[in-house]
Design a protein around this ligand. Structure first.
Ligand code: FES
Length: 574
């Protein structure tokens, strides 16, 4: 048992009126007297929901965590947290990531819990849960939902999201029937679990392993694989040990752990969304992670994983090929090997115990899947604080490009004009979308991978340079420059771009320039300020979010949530 008295003892260990109240109202759930003898109380924070298949099976999985907790001598207590079903929420699930983080933080801190297991899976759930838990800093572990089985359609594998984008472009180009398009739906999502591509959910689950906050193989075991239940059971056992040893989350989430996560992000060709989530998470433990860390550390790793959207295979294949531990094995000395994980083993030990079983899915040091493939960070007068692009998902020839802007002032403007046959656009144009950053829309929606104009699709064009302050789905692809900071809504230079302006993208040299002189930009800024309208969102969460959200380069957390906090319920911690 830890030398320090358990946190829960302050509530359950007292033989007075307060102890009576705490114990009595939880004994009513069916807990007997003898479990209040000083055993660790393990909270199981569950984002279970019927609103999406990604988290549908988490109630079932929680039962296996509980088995493990009981077996190790702890007391499991499950509690709910807001579910964020990515494909269902409007205006965007990202608007609510920080709300989930606040809910999880306050739920853990306010209750007599000694350690916590987070159950989540869909894109924003795990980042939100982990951010909240990091601000409380108790012993913490993650069990992810696990990916869906491979999608199937007309005898072929199809990937979540990635093939939706492909099929819908084919329908718009007249190459696929609507009947076929609709019949692909059920085959794409045919089991419980998260998207089966290396989209945001699978990326985050992989980074969770690289950060060391889950047991090995958490990312790739399919949601319906019996071994995920075993992993949940073992997690339940392990969290009790972490409480006894008082291993806090901040001892796991070190600078080197984040560097391993950035390396893994590059090696798996991970979702661009992970950039904002990792920066926000680091902020919760008092670490400053920057966009430049991603560009610099990401260059150390080649692309090692051949999964959609950058490659060919799906998460089920990744699991059978060895998953994240096998990638760490291939990373070799690039991995920060001495970093300790919640498993009690270092990342180096985990990597040494792993092996690649299919080198078509996970490349080798001698034959990687592709060159360095982290994100590139572009800067210039169009993005003074940075913008990102995922080169492995882009058309190589377009990574260096000069073209004239076709500007959409907001998403409504885009929808109103993109299908117009008279839209003045050709394949050399650059589509520019404003008003979709954190404060815009609001919530920084995944609309950066704008569908192309039909008149170009019919000519066979399948990619163009697109620039916005939005995010894009981790399952999407294309030459898409995202997260422009500052965003247009916050007065960034993106707000000043006009139709016909020339823009130069120089990916290899990391620059993004608007070829408009400073005097003209100043005139446009004065116009913009004079015609700016106040926000329409004047109440509730939307208002708090818009008033306090940070820009994408700072992780889009709320400004007053950044920095270390603690598990103490004191005036100082609030
Ligand atoms: Fe939930 Fe993709 S929609 S993980």
């Amino acid at each position: 048992m830890a030398d320090k008295p358990l946190r829960s003892a302050k509530s359950y260990g007292k033989l007075d009126r307060d102890g009576f109240i705490h114990r009595s109202w939880i004994k009513g759930t069916g807990l007997p007297d003898h479990v209040f003898d000083g055993r660790p109380i393990i909270g199981i924070c569950n984002t279970w929901s019927e609103l999406v298949t990604c988290q549908f099976h988490l109630r079932d999985l929680a039962e296996y965590v509980k088995r493990g907790v009981w077996e190790a001598g702890g007391v499991p207590i499950e509690f709910p947290a807001m579910s964020l079903p990515e494909t269902q929420m409007r205006p965007t699930a990202m608007l609510f990531r920080n709300l989930l983080a606040m809910e999880v933080e306050e739920s853990i801190r306010a209750n007599p819990i000694d350690g916590v297991v987070l159950l989540g899976g869909c894109d924003k759930t795990t980042p939100g849960q982990l951010m909240g838990a990091a601000s409380v800093d108790l012993p913490t572990m993650v069990v992810s939902s696990g990916p869906m089985l491979n999608g199937k359609f007309q005898g072929k594998d199809i990937g979540s999201g990635t093939d939706v984008w492909r099929f819908s472009e084919q329908v718009r180009a007249g190459e696929m029937s609507l009947k076929d398009f609709l019949s692909a739906e059920a085959g794409m999502s045919r089991s419980h679990g998260t998207c089966n591509t290396m989209g945001t959910a699978s990326t985050i689950a992989s980074l969770i392993e690289a950060l060391g906050v889950s047991l090995p193989n958490n990312a790739a075991l399919p949601g319906v694989d019996s071994r995920r239940k075993t992993l949940a059971h073992l997690t339940g056992m392990r969290i009790v040990e972490l409480v006894k040893q008082d291993v806090r989350l901040s001892q796991i989430l070190t600078r080197e752990a984040f560097e391993n996560a950035i390396l893994m992000h590059a090696a798996i060709g991970g979702s661009t969304n992970a950039v904002v989530h990792l920066i926000a998470l680091a902020g919760r433990v008092g670490l400053e992670l920057t966009l430049d860390d991603f560009d610099r550390i990401g260059r150390e790793a080649p692309l090692l994983v051949n999964l959609m959207p950058s490659g060919k295979y799906l998460m089920e294949d990744f699991c059978y090929a060895g998953g994240v531990p096998a990638v760490m094995n291939v990373l070799g000395e690039r991995l920060r090997r001495d970093v300790m994980t919640v498993s009690g083993h270092t990342q180096g030990e985990i990597a040494d115990a792993a092996q690649v079983w299919n080198s078509e899915v996970i490349g080798t040091p001698e034959a990687p899947i592709g060159p360095s493939s982290g994100v590139w960070v572009l800067r210039g007068n169009l993005a003074p604080r940075g913008a990102i692009i995922k080169p492995s998902a882009a058309t190589p020839e377009l990574l260096t490009h000069k073209g004239r802007a076709v500007v959409f002032e907001n998403i409504e403007d885009y929808h109103a004009r993109i299908d117009d046959p008279d839209l003045e656009v050709d394949e050399t144009s650059i589509l520019v979308l404003k008003g979709c950053g954190p404060k815009g829309y609001p919530g920084m929606p995944e609309v950066g991978n704008m569908a192309l104009p039909p008149k170009l699709l019919h000519k066979g064009v399948r990619d163009m340079v697109r620039i916005s302050d939005a995010r894009m789905s981790g399952t999407a692809y294309g030459t898409v420059i995202l997260h422009v900071a500052p965003e247009a809504e916050a007065g960034g230079p993106l707000a000043l771009v006009r139709n016909g302006d020339e823009i130069v993208v120089d990916g290899p040299n990391r620059s993004l320039e608007l070829l408009v002189d400073d005097a003209e930009l100043q005139r446009r800024r004065e116009d913009w300020e004079a015609t700016r309208e106040p926000s329409k969102f004047t109440r509730g969460w939307y208002k708090l979010y818009i008033d306090t959200v940070l820009q994408a380069d700072q992780g889009a957390d709320l400004e007053f949530l950044v920095g270390k906090s603690s598990s103490e319920v004191t005036r100082e911690s609030h």
